[in-house]
Design a protein around this ligand. Structure first.
Ligand code: GLV
Ligand code: MN
Ligand code: MN
Length: 405
């Protein structure tokens, strides 16, 4: 492979996918939406152009397959969905690079012993159905009947959304795979480390655990002009204190943790009304379940400080994703090819969540990271240089070839 031809082509495909799925100028591909359907139609064309077999499973994961001569499957790919106002690369890069890699291998005459498949997974981000990773959970058999009753941010259940998009929630079990021998997910780093250390590739050793919470802080609704500052019981001020205090304590006492308040809603939400209550969503991450449980103590302590001021609070943990170790054997294969190709690489842990943390509990799984320009992600400015995409593509081809032989 010469130059950056594949990297440039993949970049062009990512732009095409993004431009076809914008809502009011912003990229947002949530599961079972018209944008999701458009993306799948485009993907289907690309998969079939490469001579791969296209299929969608009962809950909307899409596959492209290069059949092998013997049983067993090596899977690559990533998620097809995005966050609201997301970028072109998060998830999609792994899907498109997977299609390109399988197409390249097929065109070069390679016939794998074990089938090679690329997958575009459903709803990793949880931007519609907050628990996230529904696609990979279905493949692992851990998405259960009762999970289909999850209510999305538009008030529609997952089961209803599946039905209206033409899928078969009743056939959920058929999405489970028992033939997968190994999984390699290629993804952007989404942080600044590779770029700042001038590395071309990150080999992921582990992925953080994530606890998500919903918090309500209750105050007393009243008039903005007639209630003196000393008499009011303003939950917005309490929320500000709690956010500042919990952030400070977490940074001091749990430096490995991350704590994010990415969603705040003030009710009733009027400029001239002291609010009745504030709802917050909390994303807390750390390296292990034990660490997260300790972080939770810090969070609750910060909450007690506003409860002592007379605010009622309700904290509930709504989702947990366990941290995951990647498979040492798959890591070894990736590392050997990095060495053979004399790539600048480093082992690292992922602070972002991935379908690989779900897969990693069921199948030998590893991840390849490529650098993110400026470390920016979950942002329309997300980007990776074509030369780095090319490096990731070539490495992925070699790794998939070895794993499927
Ligand atoms: C997914 O991108 C996550 O880390 O939340
Ligand atoms: Mn993401
Ligand atoms: Mn992602």
């Amino acid at each position: 492979m010469m130059g950056n031809e594949a990297g440039l082509k993949i970049e062009e495909m990512l732009c095409q996918l993004a431009d076809a799925t914008r809502i009011d100028g912003e990229i947002w591909r949530a599961a079972y939406t018209p944008e999701d359907r458009i993306a799948k139609n485009i993907l289907r064309e690309w998969i079939e152009e490469q001579g791969l077999e296209y299929r969608e499973d009962a809950i909307g994961n899409v596959y492209g397959r290069l059949p092998g001569t013997e049983p067993g499957t090596v899977l690559t790919g990533s998620h097809l969905d995005t966050v609201k106002n997301g970028g072109k690369y998060d998830g999609a890069l792994g899907v498109v690079t997977g299609v390109a890699a399988l197409g390249y291998l097929k065109q070069s005459g390679y016939v794998p012993k074990h089938s090679l498949e690329v997958v575009g997974l459903m709803e990793e981000e949880g931007s519609r159905f907050a628990s996230g990773c529904q696609g990979s959970r279905a493949i692992c058999g851990t998405l259960k009947e009762e999970d289909l009753e999850e209510v999305g941010r538009d008030g529609v259940t997952l089961r209803e959304a599946l039905l209206s998009a033409g899928y078969q929630p009743e056939a959920l079990k058929s999405a489970k795979r028992d033939d997968i021998q190994s999984i390699v997910e290629l993804h952007i780093e989404q942080g600044p480390v590779l770029e700042s250390e001038q590395k071309q590739i990150g080999i992921v050793d582990s992925i953080v655990g994530i606890f998500n919470y919903e918090l309500t802080i209750q105050g007393s609704q009243n008039h903005a002009g007639t209630t003196s500052m000393s008499l009011r019981h303003d939950p917005v001020v309490a929320a500000a204190k709690f956010i500042t205090e919990s952030t400070r304590q977490m940074m001091e006492q749990a430096p490995s943790a991350t704590l994010t308040y990415g969603m705040l809603q003030v009710f009733p939400g009027m400029q001239n009304v002291i609010a009745d209550h504030v709802d917050l969503r909390i994303d807390m991450r750390d390296g292990s379940e034990e660490a997260l449980l300790q972080d939770e103590v810090i969070l609750k302590r910060a909450l007690e400080s506003i409860e002592r001021k007379g605010f009622k609070t309700r904290l509930s943990k709504n989702h947990c994703l366990a941290s995951a170790q990647m498979d040492p054997n798959v890591i070894q294969v990736i590392e050997r090819h990095c060495k053979e190709k004399q790539l600048a690489y480093k082992h690292m842990n992922s602070g972002a969540g991935h379908d690989s943390m779900v897969f990693g509990k069921h199948f030998p799984t590893a991840m390849i990271f490529v650098p993110s320009i400026g470390g920016i992600s979950h942002n329309p400015a997300e980007a990776t240089a074509a030369a780095d995409i090319q490096t990731g593509f070539e490495l992925l081809c070699d790794v998939l070839k070895e794993l499927s032989e």
